[in-house]
Design a protein around this ligand. Structure first.
Ligand SMILES: [Fe+2]
Length: 346
């Protein structure tokens, strides 16, 4: 039984082949096209996977896709309506892409690889959860996923046992630590979905002098849930992800390729510290709830290796498994694993 997992059309396009529950190959499209974080349909990655598996396109039994496009599109429409008229230009630019690729994926699969079989659409954060827990060495573990946003979820808490994954709770858009991190990344003059690692490194050069300001705009509860004051952001406005109110609070934004000063380093350090403290609150709550000593992490938020180390140092979870491709490329693996695990293909 050959199951092809695919992630694409947002960023980090990738493919994965699972045969009878074993990972045969998993690879990101950017390795072939040399276009970093490319979102394109991962035809080269798929070709690589089937070659590694010694099969042809005809040998693919099922496809697992790393999100539910119609559910995600419904969120996109609602968020654009909420942000109207600021979001109009963004929305009109985005719609053609939805209509020509992600909403018609079965047609794309038939056109690109001649696949006419069953394609399963797996919820985005379930793909992240499965991509971590099901390939971890644990039989039972708490699971935490976090990223910018999937369909609606931006973070999920759950547990896994054997082949079973239960998502117990989710935090929804626009309340997102991932989007917060990306918004501040762009404020500091770095590219979204690319410069976050630079900001994490920059944090090491500064002091968290602005920590209280982040605590003012993102309220974190004792159970780790959090709410972002949307007045400081405009995640869907197209031109920039932060508002004038944010600029009044933190000062002018840094233009790309201009000098980095102490204030920029301190804002990065404050953001990093805030995210670390919030994740420690969340994992403390998750540990209290599950009473488990193993933890699986997935989703782009956990590409933040500094925050991950703090979770490990916290010591509540004796063992922590982090999906190496924690971002959306790992979603291809998670989607395929989920199709196999759930017995969807039987
Ligand atoms: Fe994701």
């Amino acid at each position: 039984m050959n199951i092809l997992g695919i992630s694409c059309y947002y960023h980090d396009a990738a493919a994965c082949l699972i045969r009878d529950g074993e990972v045969v190959a998993a690879v990101q499209e950017e390795r072939f096209t040399r276009r970093k974080n490319t979102s394109e349909f991962p035809i080269n990655a798929i070709n690589c996977c089937i070659q590694e598996g010694g099969i042809t396109f005809a040998g693919i039994d099922y496809v697992g896709f790393y999100e539910k496009p119609f559910l995600k599109f419904s969120r996109v429409i609602i968020e654009h309506l909420r942000a109207y008229p600021f979001s109009l230009r963004n929305f009109l630019q985005a719609v053609p892409y939805w209509l020509q690729d992600r909403l018609v994926l079965p047609l794309i699969l038939e056109k690109e690889i001649g696949f006419k079989g069953k394609c399963f659409f797996i919820k985005h954060h379930l793909s992240h959860a499965a991509g971590s827990f099901l390939v971890s060495p644990f039989d039972e573990a708490a699971i935490l996923t976090g990223d910018a946003v999937g369909e609606w979820a931006t973070m999920t808490y759950g547990r896994g046992q054997g082949r079973d994954i239960q998502i117990r709770r989710e935090i929804r858009y626009p309340h997102s630590l991932g989007l917060l991190y990306t918004a501040v990344t762009t404020y500091l003059g770095f590219a979204a979905h690319e410069g976050e690692g630079t900001v994490m490194a920059l944090a090491g050069c500064g002091k968290p002098r602005y920590l209280d300001r982040f605590k003012e705009i993102v309220k974190v509860s004792a159970d780790g849930s959090y709410r972002i004051d949307e007045r400081f952001f405009g995640f869907n406005h197209g031109d920039r992800m932060y508002s004038r109110r944010f600029l009044r609070m933190f000062g002018s934004d840094r233009m790309p390729e201009t000098p980095i000063d102490e204030r920029h380093c301190d804002i990065a350090a404050s953001l990093q510290k805030f995210v670390e403290e919030t994740l420690l609150t969340i994992t403390r709550h998750l540990h209290d709830e599950t009473k488990l000593d193993k933890l699986c992490l997935g989703g782009g938020l956990f590409l933040n290796c500094v925050a991950n180390s703090k979770i490990l140092e916290q010591g509540l979870f004796k063992e922590v498994f982090i999906q190496p491709a924690a971002g959306d490329s790992g979603g291809a693996l998670g989607a395929a694993a989920c199709v196999f695990r759930a017995g969807l293909c039987r």
